[in-house]
Write a protein that binds this ligand. Sequence first.
Ligand code: SAM
Length: 283
Amino acid sequence: MIEAKKKFGQNFLKDSTVLNKIIQAMPRNDRKLVEIGPGLGDLTQELLKVKSLVAYEVDEDLCVYLRKKFSKEIDMGSLTLVHTDVLSQFEKGSLLNEPYDLVANLPYYIATTIILEALEDPYCKSIEVMVQKEVAEKFAAVPKTKEFTSLAILAQSIGSAELLFDVDPTSFDPQPKVVSSILKIDKQKEFVEGSFSGIFENKEQLQSFKKYLRSSFQSPRKTWLKNISSEFYKQSVKNLMQMHNLPETIRPHEISVLSHHLLFKHLRLNDARKRSNATTEQQ
Ligand code: SAM
């Protein structure tokens, strides 16, 4: 009998209806599959009926259990079980060295970090994950709602994000204190140009965009003008807003994903010009 460990966010999914719905919604294609946190293997078992997969599990006790449970699949090569912290694998680069789809019931304590890492992993092509409902709502949020922040903008800059359905705490053992949801993100683009075409030329640009988003949303109730003026000259921001017909009272969550990108691009260009003028003046 394996006791669930709170420190690893272990809530095992025991509801066959929910398991079926996850399988129904997963992409059907030739790509490999990656699962994070196979746990006691209930979802793994269903996934293996469709495709072979690579699974990352941090808990050694569960790995021992899974190696026994899936000894046949591991021997046949349809399941590769990797005993490691998935975040350290992301740090090394990718979860797989070829395009893959991610399907998982994520450990909630690091769910947002994992999704952001997967979004940046160019080999990850789609994400179907169980997360806390609030997290799913943030990634799938539409402009003009209070949930629309940097997470929605990052996800929707490169794909579509959708909350598929909610899952009641009674579907798990032990039961979590919160309602869960299945979040689906289909990536149509990548952040950084490399072997895949990206919306930014390099990682520095992506980092600057994230910095721009942090400034834009630092006080979500304040106007975007006030927030972003901590980073850029207020007068240049005002001119830019006029150019784009944006009222000075607009708040960061009222600006669309596309407009955030346009504003970022103009501000970055202005900033680069300012810096190059300053260098010329110094010479
Ligand atoms: N997939 C199983 C299910 O649906 O019943 C278990 C899901 S449970 C919510 C989260 C799983 O992620 C656990 O098996 C836990 O040990 C694992 N986990 C937690 N932190 C992890 C990490 N940093 N890297 C890899 N796996 C992790």
